[in-house]
Design a protein around this ligand. Structure first.
Ligand code: UDP
Length: 238
């Protein structure tokens, strides 16, 4: 896989924290608007776009369970948080005049569409951005796993994981000046070295289906479009 190939259909995964901007919690509307512009610039190229957004800016299941709540209950709260983020992103994309559907793994018909694979594929063919919400619909999973699952189901050519750093490093670049970025790395190396790209189930699911993961910085304006054209710095997990 190479980031210089032409992409027809991709999945953009961002964490919930990516939407909170300089705040320590919740949604920061100017930041959500900026990410919507990043998506629009790729949509303008005719690329079909799926999105999965985390929920960590509002609620993280493990934190809830650490405070004594049953893990499954806390995880459902985390999944609901991703629906709120998806609705915020939908509103911001509509401000950019992009047709968008929020598609939830947990049916909530008054709020968004339930997940029906063929219907989602049809939306993509019609160039609607599909935001997949509520993770996989199951506790004990993460939105990284949900992203890998949906990217496989939608036959995406790659997952683009937008983060705060421009790729995968051998150690935390915020703490170690000598940290080195990988241009390419295999799924097995990521697992063996415990590099925090995605959780192990997500990496294994991508590996078993040969789905490349491109890690890049979302803080770079124009970064998403640039990465699709093979510009800028990034890491390909393959
Ligand atoms: N979650 C879950 N099942 C899923 C996806 C998410 O239970 O399939 C819950 C889990 O509690 C997780 C929370 O939703 O902590 C938010 O998702 P995640 O931590 O992946 O968000 P991110 O770190 O990307 O913001």
């Amino acid at each position: 896989p190479s980031a210089t190939r032409t992409y027809d259909r991709v999945l953009l995964k961002i964490s919930g924290e990516a939407l909170m901007g300089p705040q320590g919690y919740g949604l920061h509307p100017p930041t959500v608007a900026r990410i919507a512009q990043e998506v629009r610039s790729v949509h303008d190229l005719g690329v079909e776009i799926c999105m999965v957004i985390g929920g960590g800016n509002i609620f993280r299941g493990l934190q809830g369970s650490a405070q004594g709540m049953e893990r499954t209950t806390a995880d459902y709260m985390g999944m609901l948080a991703t629906v709120m983020n998806a609705l915020a992103m939908q509103a911001a994309l509509e401000d950019e005049k992009i047709h968008t559907r929020v598609i939830s793994a947990i049916p909530m018909d008054q709020v968004c569409e339930p997940y029906i694979r063929r219907r989602a594929v049809r939306h993509l063919e019609k160039k609607r951005v599909c935001i997949f919400a509520a993770g996989t619909g199951n506790p004990y999973f993460t939105t990284d796993t949900a992203a890998t699952l949906r990217a496989n189901e939608m036959s995406c050519q790659a997952i683009f994981k937008g983060t705060k750093v421009d790729g995968v490093y051998d150690m935390d670049p915020a703490k170690h000046a000598e940290a080195r970025r990988y241009d390419r790395i295999t799924y097995d190396e990521v697992l063996q070295k415990h590099l925090g790209v995605m959780d192990a189930s997500a990496i294994a699911l991508a590996r078993d289906n040969r789905l490349p993961i491109v890690v890049f910085s979302l803080d770079e304006p124009g970064g998403f479009r640039g990465i699709l054209a093979g510009k800028g710095t990034y890491t390909i997990v393959h």
